[in-house]
Design a protein around this ligand. Structure first.
Ligand code: TRP
Length: 329
């Protein structure tokens, strides 16, 4: 049986936070053991240059994501780890050919493009417009069928499918139409009270590398209320904290705290302490492995090079076929 390829791309924004880990990485890593799937984990550093970024920090940020993946249990014997810029020539060339089947008007209508154009009005570049086409190249270079991303990325996957259909019908390629894929796990709430945990919202996240003290400090900043009331809040800071309790200490604990809320009241100091310990217990083994990896940069470098080599074999075959079928012989 042919394995289905699951392609995950994570932006090179430095250390992963709990939201990345529980929302995607952990669920993906569980699938490493599943024979139905072949996994490819990429750190998409080329996408980072499509909006203003810090060139002196980019490679460290990329490396930090690689370390977090490996520390979280990515097994390079089973899965492919790919730093996008290591095969940037192939992805970028493929993206160029793909851009011939997508119109400017179509790309300008994407909500993600409009949002970023608004955020960076002085940097509305060709690269930004082409961002989703490069993403299509990442995915289709490996004939990936499943892509674990959040709902916000669905418009990009729609572009990927459109590219696939057009390349198939115009040039007789045989690209699959990749689908969004939900891993076990899910949304991790923000510590700031609203929405989900995000690197771009200060006070909303916990890093995988945070020690117990830091976790306590971050939890201390999470908004609460008086601790008691008629009914348990369903949104806002307290609701989010209770969701964390469930995630890290189980449903029964959550029910216990909910009963306190409508009864004698919750002491948030106690809750936050207990929660910090539970979160730290989950992160400690990851941090231990990370510390070991930090002492062994040669090994990490070798994993990166090996991953690039394997990826290059697959992506270059796809590129050769595209060129051939497009008449670029
Ligand atoms: N656009 C994705 C994001 O913002 C990152 C990404 C780039 C990606 N290429 C990808 C995700 C390929 C999945 C597959 O999260």
């Amino acid at each position: 049986m042919k394995k289905k390829l699951i392609f995950s791309g994570i932006r090179a924004t430095g250390r992963l936070h709990l939201g990345n880990y529980l929302g995607m990485v952990k669920g993906m890593l569980q699938l490493q053991e599943d024979e139905k799937y072949q996994l490819l984990f990429s750190v998409v550093d080329i996408h980072a240059v499509t909006t203003p970024y810090d060139k002196d920090k980019l490679s460290q940020r990329t490396y930090d994501v690689v370390l977090d993946y490996l520390a979280s249990g990515l097994d390079p014997e089973k899965s492919l780890l790919l730093v996008q810029s290591k095969v940037g020539d192939l992805h970028a060339e493929l993206a160029f050919y793909f851009s011939t089947v997508m119109t400017v008007a179509r790309m300008q209508h994407l909500p993600t493009y409009k949002e970023k154009a608004q955020q960076h009005p002085d940097n509305v570049t060709m690269a930004l417009l082409n961002y989703p086409v490069l993403m299509a190249a990442d995915i289709l270079a490996y004939h990936s069928e499943l892509v674990p991303v959040g709902i916000d990325q669905e418009p990009h996957l729609e572009v990927t499918r459109e590219v696939a259909r057009k390349m198939n019908s115009l040039y007789g390629m045989n690209f699959p139409e990749p689908k969004r894929f939900a891993t076990e796990g899910g949304k991790v709430p923000s510590l700031a009270g609203e929405g989900k945990m995000s690197k771009s919202i200060e006070g909303s996240y916990i890093n995988l590398t945070d020690d117990l003290e830091t976790i306590k400090k971050r939890l201390a900043g999470a908004p609460t209320d008086s601790g008691k009331g008629e009914s348990v809040p369903t949104s806002g800071g307290v609701a989010n904290l209770l969701q964390f309790v469930e995630l890290f200490m189980g449903e029964d604990k959550r029910k216990g705290y909910e009963a306190m809320y409508v009864g004698e009241g919750i002491r948030y100091g106690d809750l936050k302490n207990e929660l910090a310990e539970a979160i730290y217990a989950e992160l400690k083994p990851i941090q231990k492995r990370r510390a070991e990896l930090e002492k062994n940069p040669e090994y990490v470098e070798q994993v990166i090079e090996e991953g690039a080599k394997k990826a290059r074999q697959i992506a270059s075959a796809t590129l050769a076929e595209v060129k051939e079928k497009m008449g670029l012989k």
